[in-house]
Design a protein around this ligand. Sequence first.
Ligand SMILES: Nc1ncnc2c1ncn2[C@@H]1O[C@H](COP(=O)(O)OP(=O)(O)OP(=O)(O)O)[C@@H](O)[C@H]1O
Ligand SMILES: [Mg+2]
Length: 453
Amino acid sequence: MADRPHILVVDDKESMRDMLSLAMAARKIDVTQAGDGLAALDACKRRRFDAIVSDLKMPRLDGMGFLKELRKAGDVPPFIFITAHGSVKDAVTAMGLGASDFIEKPFDLTEFEFKVERAIEEGRASRAKPGEVEVKQPELKSGEVLPGLIGNSPQLIEIADIVKRAARSTVPVLILGESGTGKELVARAVHALSPRADKPFVAVNAGALAAGVLESELFGHEKGAFTGADSQRKGRFEMANGGTLFLDELAEIPASTQVKLLRVLQDKHIERVGGSESIKVDVRLVCATNKDLRTLSKAGAFREDLYYRVNVVTVQLPSLRERPEDIPVLVQHFLKKENAKQTVPEAVQALLKGYQWPGNVRELENALRRMIALAPSGELRAQDLPAEVQGGGGASAAASGLTGDLERIEKNAILAAMNESGWNQSRAARVLGVGRTALQYKMKKYGIQKPGT
Ligand SMILES: Nc1ncnc2c1ncn2[C@@H]1O[C@H](COP(=O)(O)OP(=O)(O)OP(=O)(O)O)[C@@H](O)[C@H]1O
Ligand SMILES: [Mg+2]
């Protein structure tokens, strides 16, 4: 039996601290209270806590300041922020600082207890000595930055860092990027690196299903809910219980289903189609889209409240042409996967590096498979690459037309974000959901400079 857990509750309102302490006592969890960040730091010097719950706005030293100081001092226990309703920006910053979760005011005690107990459990699991509790530590194979993800560009390394940190918590992750950039691989890595790795990973492609079907697919249905529903069926949320639900092509979700999804994220309960029972689900949501969700939500095509809910941690996957240094490692990886022993002639290497790859890694893999298939044992030949990769063809012109469009959109988005943020790169990067390094890279690429410099 593990010891009775002991947590620290930090809030400047005594009534709030008392209420939370009482709730915790009922769950056999001990509580130390602190009225501001400085008092909390003191408390942390005296003992180790299984989890910390802290308000953001406090006198003397606020929540962020407290977390920053604590980090300087060493290992931080699972850390949950209490944020005001709608202050998702704060929550995102807090996650960047290493908070493991946040809870929005006003919250109900059930949600609070649930999050604290989960944090305690996850914290204990990650501190356990080998053999005590099994902790999943997926080994990275050569060339991988994340399980299954090959590359060594600075952009991917930064993404791997975000994914590893986000994986420990249960906050929603939104993965953005063009088609074929590896969004699904990242979604699987989030799950594989999380404490939920041994629980189900369930994927749903919203773009592949008609509106009505999608809803019963997600939430299940009761017998007789609609014509053809001749038996009760569990939905993907229920199947993913305890694990991760990957919602692919998020932008394709119809408005009626967006409302329902928002409700699940808010109260962690679902109702089957045609049913009235409220079923509790504990699901970590990972979403992906190749659309510009921010613009869609600003234009009213995607619910803005849902956008903020699913977008707590954003992973923006760069296109392959933005990280050409990944091409050689990917080529080696795919050759090995195809069991090809040949080396890649320089002429071929040059073509692979020079091409724009509108279909990204998927297109690269297909091009290589084709080339290998056409010369199974002989020398790999440039003429066995698809015509567009060899250059000059009509297909290539069409492809670069598409690329041009995407680039124009991207450039405009960066300009808008920089203007909005008063040319503060860190802030603009956060708004865009990319790392600062990636933003600087793109600004250089598009020649974006502050007017008048
Ligand atoms: N970094 C990578 N390392 C190894 N394989 C990769 C990498 N990125 C993508 N792939 C491979 O490329 C293909 C496309 O990846 P994935 O399905 O994850 O892309 P996606 O972003 O979800 O694309 P779409 O938007 O079209 O669904 C897959 O076969 C995947 O295994
Ligand atoms: Mg995909």
